[in-house]
Design a protein around this ligand. Sequence first.
Ligand SMILES: CC(C)(COP(=O)(O)OP(=O)(O)OC[C@H]1O[C@@H](n2cnc3c(N)ncnc32)[C@H](O)[C@@H]1OP(=O)(O)O)[C@@H](O)C(=O)NCCC(=O)NCCS
Length: 194
Amino acid sequence: MSVIERLLRREGEDTSTTIGGVTIEPMRRRDLRHGVMDIEAVSYPRPWSQGVFESEIAQVRSGGRRYLVARRSSDGGGRRGPVVGYAGLWFAAGEGHVTNVAVAPGHQRRGVATALLLGLAEDARRRGCTAWTLEVRVSSTGAQELYRRFGFAPAGVRTRYYENTEDAIVMWCNDIQEADYAELLETIRRELDR
Ligand SMILES: CC(C)(COP(=O)(O)OP(=O)(O)OC[C@H]1O[C@@H](n2cnc3c(N)ncnc32)[C@H](O)[C@@H]1OP(=O)(O)O)[C@@H](O)C(=O)NCCC(=O)NCCS
């Protein structure tokens, strides 16, 4: 793909979209201090440091990464609400690798992660990825169900991947450029908007 094609495909990625009452927009450095680091700290036994996030965000400009935050409007009056979740994608060799998905405990089970994954899926398709993949803890059965809804299926196990203790299930979702996959995403989006 030429540089111009790549730039055209990335057009529109700077704007925000609202999915199921959740606003999805690109993660900015200032979001780290205003929500992201707090959510990260309560989401994982070994949270990423601010430096890791900064290094990831620094790779967005060159097209190697994509990071999104989710906000809920606090007063319903159009004011920007606080960051309630975020998710990231690493682009490599025509595939997208989900690096992180987390939602503030008080905002879970309300479709925030679903809205974030819809955003990432659209970006992966726009960038020409043919598949996307992720690792998930064996114990995170709720997250596995979320990913299953997006068409991810278990493809292998990385032994003691987390803290040298817990196994990771590797999940893959293939053929994401196909019309069937676009339809699945549209169905998920419609359910969220209901
Ligand atoms: C996993 C996580 C991101 C899900 O976020 P969320 O915003 O609550 O997810 P959604 O509301 O979009 O859930 C969509 C569906 O996924 C499944 N799901 C999500 N969390 C679940 C849970 N704790 N238990 C069971 N099912 C769950 C359900 O099928 C859910 O649909 P339903 O609420 O209609 O039943 C969130 O629990 C989290 O941040 N966990 C800590 C960090 C983490 O483990 N991240 C994943 C790393 S691989």
